[in-house]
Design a protein around this ligand. Sequence first.
Ligand code: ZN
Length: 678
Amino acid sequence: MKSLWSDADAAETVRRYAGQGIAEDVALRVYTSRLLGGDDRLVLHGGGNTSVKTTATDLLGDRVEVLRVKGSGWDLARLEPAGLPAVRLAPLLRARALPVLCDLDMVNLLRTSLLDAAAPSPSVEVLLHAFLPHAFVDHTHARAVLALTNQPEGAALCREVFGGRVGIVPYVMSGLPLARAAAAVFEADPGVEGLILLRHGIFSVGAGAREAYERMIALVSLAEDRLARGRRTLVTVSRPSPPPVAEIAPILRGALAEDRGDGAWGRWLLEFRTSPEILAYVNAAGLERLAGAGVATPDHVIRTKGWPLIIEPPAAGALDGFGAAARTAIDGYAGRYRAYVDRHKTTQTALDPLPRVVLVPGLGLFGVGRSAAGAAIAADIAVSAALTITDAEAIGRFESIAEADLFEMEYWSLEQAKLGRSREAPLAGQVALITGGAGTIGFATGAAFAAEGAEVVLVDLDEAAAVAAAARLGPHALGLRVDVTRPDEVRAAFDRACARFGGIDIVVSNAGIALQGRIGDLADETLRRSFEINFFAHQTVSQNAVRVMRRQGTGGCLLYNVSKQAVNPGPDFGAYGLPKAATLFLARQYALDHGRDGIRANGVNADRIRGGMLTPEMIAKRSKARGLDERDYMAGNLLAREVTAEDVAQAFVHQALALRTTASITTVDGGNIAAALR
Ligand code: ZN
């Protein structure tokens, strides 16, 4: 591992922050924190923390010694000075003499010692940072170090690798006892460059930012060098290749879902990962022991639980029994998890017993989360754990902290205090696929579903527009090119969505085309083309949706952008209205035939939506023909209000949430009595 320190970048960082009144030591603290945070071999998702001891002026004008330490909610990779709350150092140092300091008292001490009451809470490892005398202290959960410390003979191995350059601290849970133990080890040999915390991570110290950072790199490099010598490779079991992830994922996702009754489900997102290294791990002989041995570093338990679920995949083409097998495996996992909680629980609230990581031999691994972001974090940590365990086994035998220590971390009072604080969004855990997703109504619908917590797939004929629209919805939304009149492309898009998120729960069949012509003169070809897009494409999309939804076994929701034209034809608009009328009946047919699968089918009849089927030219022509200005034409309805794409989007969201409504058409047209359904 190489030092990424650059004098020019460091100077530039100092210069940039000086303009905001940030002192040089704090600027450099930000600079090297980002260097550490940018390397996933050192730091993953909020893991790791850094600090600098400096001075600050309080409100009364007094110069006080402070510790600026990474605050919770900040990632080292994107750290800013605001993510380094300043805590008065004196009270932290005095806390060392306290006989005990419970977690909630520690949080209170930290918050009342902040210079800024609105600052984020300092990292829970703050006392350890405070008790080490160096100005700069860096802490990571470096993978290579964990591969050495997580061994039966971890301490001896670290002695051999690091010699006298580090102090070695036995495993103690974070908080005052760990800070005290670490300080005692340091004070016994104050010349060390850092501390190894067995089965937890590494600290490095220095008078300057560069010294602490480069000591971290040098020490981790020693660990990497040791792991490169005399390696044994994992013995793998060869197996036939399983069905593709797009076929397995919806079944697995369905098996994980919790039935909340009355058609409501607690659904999960899946994030799939595979690589030659991951395959070597999931195909290892004795995977049960490796995967069951525990976490690589304690705070991973919050994201991944203490161990993953292993599910044997079905043979290719033999998916039928897989759902039942997956449910049996998940029940077994839940039983084991509940027994673990019962062995250790005193007053804590039990967490749900479902896995956050699923290993599938022959295929790869899945991260499981209530959001795509959460699933991705679980997957990142699972991949890192697989690599750590592979390294540990290459030179010895992987061993984690004791089960009681694992429970203590997972059910830490500070973590328990966060439970139930945030209310789940109404569509959390669900995946919505929207055709015509880059258009005005499609994008507004995607945004409305995302706002309710759903993960969104926007498909559109225009690939660049679909990708750009998805990017506007956030880093996890997916944009795909699809010609909805091509069954092979529709199927491929559904497969990609399943591979990306694990499945699909809501489909908004929205893509359409406005073709016109007086019916008596209409070219046959025009009418047939309109039927391809405005009817048959809805059927293709619906069939694919049903295919995925039945695999999940958790019902689903089909939504159609029909049209006022389906019940109230406009002049010369038969080419559009006729297939839309058929699509209205398509919705009813799906409601009728697939209600028994828990699948609901509803539609929206919208009218006069800017950017919908109405082009600016059509608006101009029609308002002129009626002698109205455009605004009056657009608001030409019973409520005299223009209807927007957002109104249509809200109607779709409402239909998705109305669990007892199917075969329903909602009009979103401001009131048009001739188009009212009866
Ligand atoms: Zn740590």
